[in-house]
Ligand binder design. Structure first.
Ligand SMILES: [Zn+2]
Length: 126
């Protein structure tokens, strides 16, 4: 993985989000705190208690939905697969913005729209 703007391969200032799509994990990037905040709000709204978790199916759809939103606000996307160990393949989608200012704007946009975006999906019925 390397940044299309500065060729760094290790979390530069253009990195918006790195997601492991095989495992459904948001691994790195400026957007991660905003995603965590979004998840906390959704948990508070849709789960009975703080100890509850979304079902695996809902978690999967939630991940996909957040990934779609990140893709729509990023300036560039890289996809790559890692097959360095047998039976343990990883597939990443990595999103970048063209400047630190754009990264910051994207985080604001995400924070404004994430709840609405997710709630437009039909899987969150309570
Ligand atoms: Zn960069």
């Amino acid at each position: 993985m390397s940044c299309p703007y500065c060729a760094s391969d290790d979390g530069c200032e253009h990195l918006l989000l790195a997601a492991d799509v095989a495992w459904g994990i948001f691994e790195a990037g400026e957007l991660v705190p905003a995603i965590e905040e979004c998840n906390e709000k959704l948990s508070a709204k849709y789960l009975e208690s703080a100890d509850d978790n979304f079902t695996a199916e809902v978690s999967k759809r939630l991940f996909q939905s957040i990934l779609d939103l990140a893709a729509s606000i990023a300036d560039a996307e890289e996809k790559f697969d890692i097959h360095d160990r047998p039976g343990l393949s990883q597939a990443y989608r990595v999103f970048y913005c063209s400047s630190p200012q754009r990264v910051s704007d994207a985080c604001d946009t995400f924070a404004q729209h994430c709840i609405d975006h997710v709630e437009r999906q039909p899987f969150l019925a309570r």
